[in-house]
Write a protein that binds this ligand. Structure first.
Ligand SMILES: Cc1cc2nc3c(=O)[nH]c(=O)nc-3n(C[C@H](O)[C@H](O)[C@H](O)COP(=O)(O)OP(=O)(O)OC[C@H]3O[C@@H](n4cnc5c(N)ncnc54)[C@H](O)[C@@H]3O)c2cc1C
Length: 377
């Protein structure tokens, strides 16, 4: 390795911290700085629990990163000056870089349905979720994807008297195996969640949601979970991005327009098995963050890195604290017939979530945690 490479990691979520942890181990001569707008790492995969009023851990980023002599800067990145090779920050002086690891994650996407931005809540960030935790009265959860299912189950289990309706254009868990879908439906119904499939929401108001057939579903709080968008920093800084603003990457997760910038996690377009794009998931963020660190170090040593080889193993859904679903998947994320359900599945998911958080903590080095977290789905 030659000289002191200045590596700036933008975002201390699962991807950014996985990259930092790996770099701390293998790039000892580099000057590594991690930037995040928040001072704490919040386990994002537990935000539906926070929305249901549960306390979830928050980890001090300075402590997590400190003992490895990685510099942590708490500030918002407002621009990447790709000509001057500087990351511009809102509160402190700009950082010079040789390499940037871009891992800014994702945010709530209000979409185009009228009233969502004004009236709907979200569970995409800790700030969004804390607002929801104060809401009282019947809840309409819009979106029967993984986030909507986990949220509806958690709310119903934690607040048995709270009416919860889950609205989706398709049945909950439509992408999973028939056994998995049946288990989700049974569990949601046991918890008292009303499931409305085939529901097209055309407006959100302070009173609830209006469907395409004219029905008004009354709700004191509507939670919009139908998708996520990414920060626009890459687009504003002139990087090649897709229509959603995600950084376009090559087979080594390097920006196709700016070779000194790598991207990982939710904010990157990453080709996976069968040319399917990798999905936004902790299951994607952890291994791609780690891979980026290896690719950066390989090039610093003058070696061309092997392309990313990525395979999914499991998808894990919590269905409250006492039930869950582990769906075994093929490498390309398509479901196999095998599922684990009930308390056993809830325990496995909890183990994996804890493993993912420990794996993000640079002070803890556990091979067992690494193995558990690498199966995250
Ligand atoms: C309720 C919920 C449940 C989920 N459950 C699962 C699950 O069971 N399994 C699974 O695989 N995935 C799950 N996910 C998805 C998973 O949380 C994300 O895919 C994952 O967090 C992405 O990691 P990341 O590192 O790319 O981004 P993030 O974890 O979002 O981290 C990005 C970081 O960048 C920082 N940041 C953003 N913009 C700036 C800026 N301009 N300047 C400085 N810092 C900035 C943010 O503060 C944040 O810390 C869930 C998500 C939610 C919301």
């Amino acid at each position: 390795m030659t000289g002191q490479h200045r590596i700036v990691i933008l975002g201390a979520g699962y991807a950014g911290l996985a990259a930092a942890r790996r770099l701390a181990g293998v790039a000892r001569d580099a000057q590594i700085t991690v930037v995040d707008a928040r001072a704490t790492f919040v386990e994002r995969v537990r935000l539906h629990q926070q929305a249901a009023g549960q306390r979830i851990p928050a980890w001090d980023l300075r402590e997590m990163l400190g003992s490895k002599k990685i510099r942590f800067v708490c500030a918002e990145a407002t621009e990447i000056d790709t000509v001057g090779k500087q990351v511009v920050l809102d509160a402190v002086p700009a950082l010079d870089y040789d390499i940037v690891v871009y891992a800014l994650g994702s945010l709530a996407d209000p979409g185009r349905v009228p009233g969502v931005a004004e009236h709907a809540y979200s569970v995409a960030t800790p700030e969004d979720t804390r607002r929801l935790a104060f809401a009282r009265g019947p809840v309409a959860v819009v979106g029967a994807g993984a986030t909507g299912i986990e949220l509806a189950a958690e709310l119903a289990e934690s607040h048995p008297d709270l009416p919860v309706v889950l609205l989706g254009s398709e049945e909950p868990g439509v992408w999973l195996s028939p056994r998995a879908r049946a288990h989700i439906r049974r569990t949601l119904e046991r918890l008292g969640v009303e499931i409305r499939s085939g529901a097209k929401v055309i407006e959100v108001t302070a009173e609830g949601v209006r469907l395409a057939d004219g029905t008004l579903v009354a709700a004191a709080a509507t939670v919009w979970t139908t998708g996520f968008r990414v920060p626009d920093l890459a687009m504003r800084s002139g990087l090649a991005v897709d229509a959603a603003g995600r950084v376009r990457t090559d087979a080594t997760l390097r920006s196709v327009s700016h070779p000194e910038i790598y991207a990982a996690g939710d904010t990157a377009v990453i080709a996976g098995p069968g040319d399917r794009e990798l999905r936004m998931a902790c299951a994607t963020a952890l291994p791609t963050g780690k891979y980026v660190a290896d690719a950066v170090v390989a090039r610093m040593r003058g070696v061309e890195p092997q392309p990313l080889r990525f395979r999914y193993v499991l998808q894990c859904l919590s269905l409250g604290r006492r039930d869950g679903l582990i769906q075994v998947v093929r490498g390309d994320d398509s479901p196999r017939g095998t599922v684990l359900t009930g308390r056993a599945a809830a325990s496995v998911k909890e183990l994996i979530v804890r493993g993912a958080a420990r794996r993000s903590d640079l002070n803890r080095q556990s091979r067992v945690d690494d193995r558990i977290a690498s199966t995250y789905g």
